[in-house]
Design a protein around this ligand. Sequence first.
Ligand code: SAM
Ligand code: DTB
Ligand code: SF4
Length: 344
Amino acid sequence: MVRAMSAPPAELTAADLPPPAAPRHDWTRAEVAALFALPFLELMFRAQRVHRAYHAPNSVQMSTLLSVKTGGCPEDCAYCPQSVRYDTGVEREALMEPAEVRECARRAQRAGATRFCMGAAWRSPKPRDLAGVAAMIREVHALGLETCATLGMLTPAQALELKAAGLDYYNHNLDTSAEFYGAIITTRGYQDRLDTLDAVRAAGLKVCCGGIVGMGESVADRAELLRTLANLPEHPESVPINRLVKVAGTPLAAAPELDPFDFVRTCAVARVLMPRAYVRLSAGRETMSDELQALCFLAGANSVFYGERLLTTGNPDVERDRQLFERLQLTAESAAPAASAAAV
Ligand code: SAM
Ligand code: DTB
Ligand code: SF4
């Protein structure tokens, strides 16, 4: 006899699963190494379990990036097309005007983005530059978008000035482990990055901080990057995981090919270590297959950069993302109530 079966729930939620462990800030090297060493499917299961306890399982947050000051950066980050030291064909441009930025933000909002991130190729902003960016932030904030900026190192006073202008998030990546950092950047140290993160937190800004995979780092370096982030006094609200975009002219243009599953593993471990964070599938999506992106979402990535451009390199166009989301039945996270209240 065939037994009648009730329809399975559309989504397994926290209520269907054992309670997850609470977020921790005391991860050991051995524990994080053990996560990376798990069989792939086991790691994916654990990441998915954490993901469902803390997040809507089929929803993705969308941020749009704009380079508001391009090229000519004095720093020597080996991956970056905007460093003045490498011949990459990126032209140096002046800081954009607030009205121009406002138009770009409005377009991003109409296309469905809920956060707008302004990036500048600076080591750190000069006082006049900061006033210019503060004016942009006021414009974007007034549209009802969440605001994010990435401008290099900040002093505590600069972080407060940005907060007062209406900044919600500050992006400042650790990029890799403290041990490997010197092989990628020599013009600043890991402690400089940590000091800026402290200043950002102290100003009451939300922290967006992650790194890059595929620069020739070891699995132990990836584990140390994520452990450092997870052991901060508070987890970053947003953790961008970038796959290196190999740009001709940069020292990393010929970096060894990364196994795509190792990228997925990095997303999954980030999800397990920082349950509440939005893990952003960041740079490198343009050359990823839809299947690889789907695996990243399964691993707990729940945010993307949305729109044709990152800062100076390409990103999937809006139509390709629309189709991908439709095929995976993913929905775009809507704006936070306070943000969506403002007129578009
Ligand atoms: N100049 C500021 C800074 O370095 O903090 C802000 C802009 S910088 C371009 C922001 C981040 O972009 C870097 O920390 C790095 O993680 C990422 N990035 C830059 N070039 C990249 C590339 N070729 N591939 C992947 N990520 C990249
Ligand atoms: C982040 O982690 N990735 C974004 C954003 N934060 C600022 C930048 C990616 C840049 C990729 C290379 C480029 O387009 O210049
Ligand atoms: Fe400059 Fe930022 Fe690029 Fe480094 S990553 S060279 S600091 S723009």
